[in-house]
Design a protein around this ligand. Structure first.
Ligand SMILES: *Cc1c(COP(=O)(O)O)cnc(C)c1O
Length: 353
């Protein structure tokens, strides 16, 4: 693939490494590639970062036919640029495309586009501990007419944003609202795809959680509000009586790459891990009996996010005295050490750009 490169005439001032906020600053360039039925995916290019003109009738603006991914580039300990399991993101992007009737992307092309853009913008990868360059690939339906129908034209883009350490004051447990009214996704719906509508649908509950002093929502299943699904945009794990438990992929849960990695790390360390349905009743009973030893979210943004309190039906349950648990901390350190190339990568997950 030949990527046509047009360089920005003026480079931006880079933000202060110690004051990075998620998704606020973007680098000098972005990647774009078009799709139409006659040509397939064509015209890959890197251009100066900036606004894109869209007709007001553009399909994605009305019907949400679009998908995205999220991964990070890390500044390794010897100055190398590292990605964490990017092949998994590229595969999942195509799975999301399939669910949303978007033509699949050539996976080697997407990988090359990510690497070329990250390389070009490597000066933007912050070096302060815990910081990274967030990579956001996405596809939108661009047909300029109204009508609920899969579009015939699409735009694939990649934008990059330097992000701070998720925990500015060290890893800290958060309070989570167990949502038993509104739902994120249902089996048969689009919960397994990283598609825009899922996030739009989640905002009302997120707002309710914040009003109740919680940082995120713990989602329950969409049919009975009985089984645990995810926490915010992270997969969720519980440690009950020495065993780590995470919900199985039910058909409405996003198949997280961090989740998958956590399961493999726990197995490699002979820590008991069960992948199965887990009801909120089981979690709350364990909390009441002092057997809920840990709870944490797992996702690219935070790596591991310990949960210190659950608010369920107006009762707050504290977990591990609202302190970060041993397994949560081990996983956080292990995952981030792998991502930053600090320890030997026996899984072969880290990819040099
Ligand atoms: C992206 C995402 C996750 C986490 O996936 P990772 O690949 O680990 O970053 C979990 N749940 C939802 C809803 C997500 O959008």
């Amino acid at each position: 693939m030949t990527i046509k490169i047009t360089r920005a005439k003026q480079l931006k001032n880079k933000p202060d490494n110690s004051q990075l906020r998620f998704g606020r600053d973007f680098t000098d360039h972005m990647f774009m590639m078009d799709y139409c039925e006659e040509k397939g995916w064509y015209d890959p290019k890197i251009v100066p970062y900036g606004a894109i003109p869209l007709d007001p009738s553009t399909c994605v603006l009305h019907y949400g036919q679009g998908v995205f991914e999220g991964l990070k580039a890390y500044h390794g300990k010897d100055g190398e640029v590292l990605l964490f399991r990017p092949d998994e993101n590229v595969k999942r992007l195509n799975q999301s495309c399939e669910r949303m009737c978007i033509p699949k992307l050539p996976e080697d092309m997407v990988m090359e586009a990510i690497k070329t853009l990250v390389n070009m913008e490597s000066d933007w990868i912050p070096t302060k501990k815990g910081t990274s360059l967030y990579i956001r690939p996405f596809v939108i339906a661009t047909d300029p007419f109204l009508g609920v129908h899969p579009a015939a034209t699409y735009l694939f883009m990649i934008i990059l944003s330097p992000v701070g350490a998720y925990y500015s004051t060290g890893i800290n447990p958060v309070k989570i609202f167990v949502e038993d009214k509104y739902v994120r996704a249902v089996v048969g719906g689009t919960g397994t795809a990283k598609t825009m509508g899922n996030y739009a649908a989640s905002m009302y509950a997120q707002q309710r959680a914040e009003e109740k002093g919680c940082l995120q929502v713990l989602w329950l299943d969409g049919v009975n509000r009985k089984y645990v699904e995810e926490v915010g945009a992270m997969n969720v794990f519980f440690k009950i009586n020495g065993t780590v438990i995470t919900p199985e992929l039910s058909g409405s849960i996003l198949n997280g790459i961090t989740r998958k990695s956590v399961i493999d790390i726990l197995k490699s360390k002979n820590i008991p891990i069960e992948v199965r349905k887990i009801s909120i009743e089981e979690v709350i009973n364990a909390a009441k009996n002092n057997q809920l030893e840990e709870c944490f979210g797992a996702g690219t943004a935070a790596a591991i996010s310990p949960v210190g309190e659950l608010l369920y039906k107006d009762v707050t349950y504290s977990i591990n005295n609202n302190k970060t648990g041993e397994i949560s901390l081990m996983l956080y350190n292990y995952l981030t050490d792998l991502q930053f190339g600090v320890i030997e990568d026996k899984f072969g997950w880290s990819v040099k750009v």
